[in-house]
Design a protein around this ligand. Structure first.
Ligand code: SF4
Length: 734
């Protein structure tokens, strides 16, 4: 740590302790040692000395003992050429400062007239409120406990302009933080600036002017100490628990605005004892390594338009958005709701227009929390019944965020958006599809509200790992086509991470029941060789999702004893599926399309089904709109297979699963594929060539029919007979 900053803090502590000694001596001489000292209407005596040391100080004489403690803690001012590990000394100097502050402030309360107003807000030009009484503590302190107010910003000094002062105060208020203000610099304070701008000050508006003296900073930490004693059941004198409670429960920080002198450095050192870091707008020395505070201890210089965001980040404060700010009702009750074509105002992406959803990690400095940009027309610029391209590009940042978590967070887009009444969402990645109802549009729902939903819900559900979220919404085809390749590259990289793992190499699979919101009995069992049927979750994602949210929809599933390795049936998996499907499915075969296959929710990328006369199967991708040889279009097939039922002869699955050695293993594997829609076949060409090699089949790719060959079983049979397709010589499917 910087010797310079330690020196300044220690020097500041020396000055304040000397001042406390001077003023105490004078007060005792003038008023006598038995003169009563107290902060108004409190049972917590002088809260710092009571909370930290257990001292019940009631007289000027009692302050002498506190002064001795302050002097005992005071370290020597570092010598010019001597290097020492300074943090411990700086912390001691900080605590000595707090004791000195409390002595000086307590003496003020012996004066007549009182230097502070007894009310909860300024009056008649008197600005300073001093220590809060116990009524205020009870009313306001509970907010620190129930999360209504996550903490406070202790603001010292002043801003370069009144406008900046107002902007910072408003930003802090918006985050539900209290703004405790003290310590004017050369007579100038943020409090004066807010007052000049007509901003209402006081406990009611959470903008609390404690005092212009630097020692009035103590009322912030005094309040925090009383919160620990009052609501944390911490015993007076148990200083470790007082400090730990504040570090873990009260999200506070110091904003040092303008010049920072030695005494203010000393206050910052005092706050660090509580785990409260200091963020400065001027270029003071920093203390960056973590230790006492959650992250850095002192960060500077930070621009005014970034200082609140930076403080929140450094303190590790998690933003909670109590209500999703959209004009339609929002909640899990609306998740199963569909928007029928006749009720729809606009359709987004789906089979007819391109689209995708993508979530990626950025650096903390690259994300502006809550920023939502719409690139392209808004809903009110579109005609009723429009079908438009649609993409959501989400950027998140957080100290605990890891790229491994991206697919999990990305997949929540589906779940979150479906909670908005009048909004229907299906699919993920580059097969997203959504509809907005006429009713939702009439109520004022806009495309930008997708951003509001994602911002609020990602913070609420994943606040542990992320600190900032910004969203771009694209509604123009050109922009979407420019970006979709990038997103697809990342999807592929995510899928490739599992390349060498097999189902035999693990003892545990992962479940996913995220889609039970609209397919109540559906359970995906995700294995290393079979991803979730939406294609968005593979085994590693399931594992990471469980790590983020141990009680969430992704649970570990112990395989236990194998019942049938060809069909992919295990005792433990059967038991898990039975319970998770609400006792609907007793038997589950992971690798069969015919016997007790996996249920399908509706989010599958592909559907495969038996074409009986060919002794093979067909596979169609969900964007294929034409007829299939099953006699049904994809949409009809999806209606039949989806909803969370086992449909023998039909399965929904991911594209990735086609290349797996476990793809319908019970029926003989991928060499059963006799028909694929052309676009899917082309996309899967490399994978099909690998299957060809693996199964030792010459030209397997060419043997598979597509819609250009025919869309009836007869046409397919004729084609594969000509090509001598291996399915024809495999054991009968039935
Ligand atoms: S399809 Fe399966 S893996 Fe994908 S979100 Fe739904 S339940 Fe989870």
């Amino acid at each position: 740590m910087s010797k310079l900053i330690a020196t300044r803090a220690i020097r500041g502590a020396h000055k304040l302790v000397a001042r406390a000694e001077r003023e105490l001596k004078q007060a005792i001489e003038e008023k006598g040692p038995k003169t009563k000292v107290e902060f108004p209407n409190t049972a917590y005596y002088l809260p710092i000395s009571y909370g930290i040391l257990g001292f019940k100080i009631e007289t000027l004489q009692g302050l002498v003992k506190l002064l001795e403690e302050a002097k005992r803690l005071l370290p020597l001012i570092p010598e010019e050429k001597l290097w020492l590990p300074y943090l411990g000394h700086t912390l001691d100097a900080g605590m000595a400062t707090l004791f000195a502050d409390e002595i000086i402030e307590a003496i003020k309360y012996t004066k007549n007239p009182l230097p502070y107003l007894p009310e909860s807000q300024p009056r008649d030009g008197y600005l300073w409120l001093g220590a809060a009484n116990d009524i205020i503590l009870r009313e306001r302190g509970i907010e620190f406990v129930d999360g209504t107010a996550p903490g406070f910003a202790a603001c010292l000094g002043y801003c370069p302009t009144n406008e900046i002062a107002v902007k910072i105060a408003r930003e802090l208020q918006e985050k539900n933080l209290y703004v405790f203000m003290a310590a004017a610099t050369e007579g100038k304070s943020i409090v004066h600036q807010l007052e000049e701008q007509g901003v209402q000050l006081g406990w009611e508006t959470r903008l609390v002017p404690f005092g212009d003296d630097v020692t009035a900073c103590i009322h912030s930490l005094g309040f925090a100490t009383r919160v620990a004693l009052s609501f944390g059941a911490v015993q007076p004198g148990d200083y470790q628990r007082v400090l730990r409670y504040n570090k873990n429960r009260v999200f506070a920080f110091v904003l040092a605005l303008g010049p920072v002198d030695d005494e203010k450095h000393a206050q910052a050192a005092g706050a660090i004892n509580y785990g409260f870091p200091t963020i400065a707008d001027t270029d003071i020395d920093q203390i960056l390594p973590t230790g006492i505070c959650t992250y850095e201890h002192v960060v500077s210089p930070v621009e005014h338009d970034k200082i609140v965001a930076k403080a929140i980040e450094v303190r590790g404060l998690k933003i909670r958005i109590s209500k999703v700010p959209i004009p339609v009702p929002f909640g899990p009750a609306f998740q199963g709701e569909r928007v029928r074509k006749e009720d729809m105002y606009v359709e987004l992406a789906g089979q007819k227009k391109p689209g995708f959803e993508f979530l990626t990690t950025k650096g903390l400095d690259e994300v502006e929390d809550g920023k939502i940009e719409l690139i392209g027309p808004e809903i009110n610029e579109l005609e009723e019944g429009s079908q438009i391209p649609f993409a959501l590009w989400v950027e998140v940042a957080g100290r605990e965020m890891q790229p491994d978590f991206e697919p999990i967070l990305e997949r929540q887009i589906h779940d979150f958006i479906n909670r908005a009444h009048g909004v229907f969402h299906m699919g993920q990645r580059d097969i997203n599809w959504a509809r907005i109802s006429k009713e939702a549009k009439d109520k004022g729902f806009k495309f930008k509200h997708f951003g509001s939903i994602l911002h609020a819900k990602l913070h609420e559900d994943y606040g542990k790992i992320l600190d900032k979220v910004q969203i771009k919404i694209f509604t123009q085809e050109k922009d979407i086509l420019d970006l979709i390749g990038l997103a697809r590259q990342v999807y592929q990289q995510r899928d490739a991470r599992l390349a060498d793992m097999t189902d035999e190499s693990v003892e545990t699979f992962y479940s996913c029941t995220l889609c039970q919101s609209f397919a109540p009995n559906h359970v995906c069992i995700i294995t290393p060789e079979r991803s979730g049927l939406c294609g968005a979750y593979n085994w590693l994602d399931g594992k990471a999702a469980h790590r983020i949210n141990p009680t969430g929809p992704n649970q570990p599933v112990k395989k236990e004893s194998a019942i049938d390795t060809l069909k992919g049936q295990w005792q433990g998996v059967n038991e898990f599926v039975y319970l998770s499907s609400h006792k609907t499915f007793k038997i589950f075969n992971s690798y069969s399309l015919i016997e007790h296959p996996m249920t399908s929710c509706g989010c599958f990328e592909c559907i495969s089904c038996v074409l009986p006369s060919t002794n093979g199967i067909m596979t169609a991708y969900r964007n294929y709109t034409g007829m299939t040889p099953s006699g049904m279009k994809f949409s009809t097939l999806a209606g039949m297979v989806g909803g969370g039922v086992q449909t023998p002869g039909f399965i929904g699955h991911s594209k990735q699963y086609i290349g797996s050695k476990k793809f319908i293993l019970a029926e003989g594997g991928a060499k059963r594929i006799v028909w694929m829609d052309k676009a899917l076949k082309e996309e899967m060409k490399a994978m099909l060539c690998r299957i060809s090699e693996r199964e030792d089949i010459q030209n397997f790719f060419e043997m598979i029919a597509d819609e250009s060959v025919g869309v009836t079983e007869e046409e397919v049979l004729k084609y594969i007979s000509k090509k001598n397709h291996p399915a024809l010589s495999m054991p009968p499917l039935f």
